[in-house]
Design a protein around this ligand. Structure first.
Ligand SMILES: Cc1ncc(COP(=O)(O)O)c(C=O)c1O
Length: 447
């Protein structure tokens, strides 16, 4: 099919996510036809650096030989079989490998297909856990302002981005909201140098006041992604984890975006030696190849679901493609690559260079803050640096910079005024330098 025909059909039939479709149909989209390493090639033959890892999930680059081969080998066996009533070798092996890679104690792997369902599973699991323990009043979750945990209704209920979540307000379960750790625009009007983590203190206060109502605390460790790449001050995660222990509630960490090396460690919680009760994984789990998610719990949680058939302690949840063998086979090959290519060890140099280039960008008169953890960054644009006044939403300044970047061969996508930079972990130093050069040029070309 030629490009014109594809564009016509896209405009006629495809409803794109998070997209104002009236604007979308005014332009012909860039249609990605192929990928190789960190590059994406569109149907016109133009090559672009994948600066957002194809929505934050690509790890080893596109068309990675080992992952391609794992998928092909599994295709020759079977693409899909169910875990409802049956088991499959790839899902078993992967569960054991994930458990070994995760902090000690996270042993029970429940599969689903995307980040939102990984979170949905975690919430239902936590809720039901307390019911089995006879603590029926524990029906609420504590989550953070600016949090993003996905788009299914449970995940939206624990989200905290007004722009995305407000419209669905009447449908959502009630919970408690704690302040975001957004130091650049502190909700509590504090200064990081003297605040003593006042935002964590607020969360502790919620737990103290509502000890019997809280089923769990859910958060994105170290960095709130879709909320604007908002990094947490050192010690924040540990402090919240300690509070969860003190008030005997469950800690659910959403590592959908941060998991699998993105922050410089295999999992973000390792940076502060925190082990949650439940962890949510997706995106990078298959190296960014196929949809798969895992919600991994401790034995303490799992054991509460054990009982006689008639006791109805079963976890009544599951999806058609739960534990899909093709996705699991690729996930296993991705874990192999973490070992054989020493992905984590080799990240340090890239992360340091990335940080250095972001520091340089911070000086730009329209950059309020350039935040990062590992190879995950957000550059927040401001209309006025001294006063931190943001650009109005309708000005679409983030989009303007991304459009410039696209002209230069770099694919980016903003979160409002914040530009996300998140290349595949496999990016080479030379490619990273080229990407940052292009980003600087797109800033210069916009302002
Ligand atoms: C932290 C976090 N949780 C959950 C999700 C939802 O994942 P999915 O889009 O696969 O449903 C995302 C997606 O960006 C995320 O960043």
């Amino acid at each position: 099919m030629n490009d014109d025909e594809l564009v016509r059909l896209d405009h006629r039939h495809v409803w794109h996510p998070f997209t104002q479709m009236r604007e979308w149909v005014e332009d012909a989209p860039v249609m990605i036809a192929e990928g190789s390493g960190v590059y994406l090639t569109d149907t016109r033959g133009r090559r672009h650096i994948d600066g957002i890892s194809s929505m934050w999930c690509n790890i080893h680059g596109h068309r990675k030989r080992e992952l391609d081969e794992a998928a092909k080998a599994q295709l020759d066996k079977i693409c899909h079989s169910t875990l409802l009533g049956f088991a499959s070798p790839p899902s078993i092996e992967l569960a054991a490998r994930l458990s070994a890679a995760l902090p000690d104690g996270l042993t029970r792997v429940f599969y689903s297909d995307n980040g939102s369902t990984a979170v949905e599973v975690a919430l239902k699991m936590a809720f039901q856990y307390w019911r089995h323990k006879g603590e029926n009043s524990r029906t609420r979750f504590v989550s953070l302002n600016n949090a993003y945990h996905g788009d299914t209704l449970g995940a939206v209920a624990v989200g905290g981005i007004e722009l995305f979540h407000e419209a669905f307000g009447p449908l959502l379960m009630k919970g408690f909201k704690a302040p975001s750790h957004y130091c650049y625009r502190c909700e509590l009007g504090k200064d990081i140098r003297s605040c003593d983590l006042a935002c964590a203190k607020r969360l502790e206060t919620i737990l103290a006041r509502h000890e019997d109502e809280v089923a769990g605390v859910i958060l994105e460790p170290l960095i709130q992604g879709a909320g604007g790449m908002i990094t947490a001050p050192p010690g924040y995660l540990k402090r919240v984890a300690d509070a969860c222990r003190k008030y005997d509630t469950l800690l659910i960490l959403d590592e959908v975006a941060t998991g699998f090396g993105r922050t410089g460690r295999m999992f973000a919680c390792e940076h502060e030696s925190v082990t949650p009760d439940i962890i949510c994984l997706s995106k990078g789990i298959t190296g960014g190849y196929l949809p798969l998610a895992a919600t991994v719990a401790t034995d303490r949680i799992y054991n509460e679901f054990l009982g006689a058939f008639g006791e109805l302690k079963t976890f009544f949840h599951g999806h058609t493609y739960t534990g899909n063998p093709l996705a699991c086979a690729v996930a296993l090959a991705s874990l192999d690559l973490f070992e054989s290519e020493r992905i984590i060890e080799r990240l340090a140099e890239k992360i340091e260079y990335f940080r250095m280039r972001l520091d340089a960008i911070s000086a730009h008169r329209h950059v309020g803050e350039a935040r990062s953890v590992g190879l995950m960054a957000g550059v927040e644009l401001v209309a006025e640096k001294a006063t931190r006044i943001p650009f109005p939403y309708e000005a679409k300044m983030g989009w303007a910079v991304c459009r410039k970047a696209l002209e230069l061969g770099l694919i980016l996508r903003p979160l409002g005024n914040t530009i996300v930079l998140m290349p595949p972990l496999s990016i080479t130093m030379e490619e990273l330098a080229a990407m940052m050069d292009m980003f600087e040029a797109s800033m210069a070309g916009t302002f």
